[in-house]
Design a protein around this ligand. Structure first.
Ligand SMILES: [Zn+2]
Length: 124
């Protein structure tokens, strides 16, 4: 289940402008762009085929805590097993684990792609 993937640059700018300066460390800097702007990052989780609902991981999606770390040792054995399954599966297809968020993966060749500002409505 994909939460976030390609994000047009202007959205990054909107988030930056709406965030108080003392909290800018929590959002991506639009002067640099970031991997979601390049279409080279994805935030995702697993879901249960029987229920169609997302599985329970070691933290909530977008949770800002150590429970979100890709190698956090807390949570149940089942939560860690599912998180590790996601991590292993993504690594096998060329994605890099982001140590602070179990749901975020960067594509290995992200440097080869430029920051994009194409609105979703204009993608054909
Ligand atoms: Zn992300």
């Amino acid at each position: 289940m994909i939460h976030d993937a390609y994000r047009p640059w202007y959205i990054t700018k909107v988030f930056w402008d709406a965030t108080p300066p003392d909290l800018h460390n929590l959002v991506a800097d639009p002067s640099k762009g970031f991997k979601h702007n390049r279409g080279c990052a994805v935030d995702l989780t697993l879901y249960d085929l029987k229920t169609g609902k997302p599985v329970t991981m070691t933290s909530l999606y977008d949770e800002m805590s150590e429970r979100a770390y890709a190698n956090h040792n807390g949570g149940t054995d089942e939560q860690k097993k599912l998180r590790d399954l996601l991590r292993t599966s993504m690594k096998e297809v060329g994605f890099i684990v982001y140590e602070f968020e179990w749901w975020h993966f960067d594509y290995k060749d992200w440097q080869s792609y430029t920051v994009q500002n194409i609105r979703f409505e204009d993608i054909h």
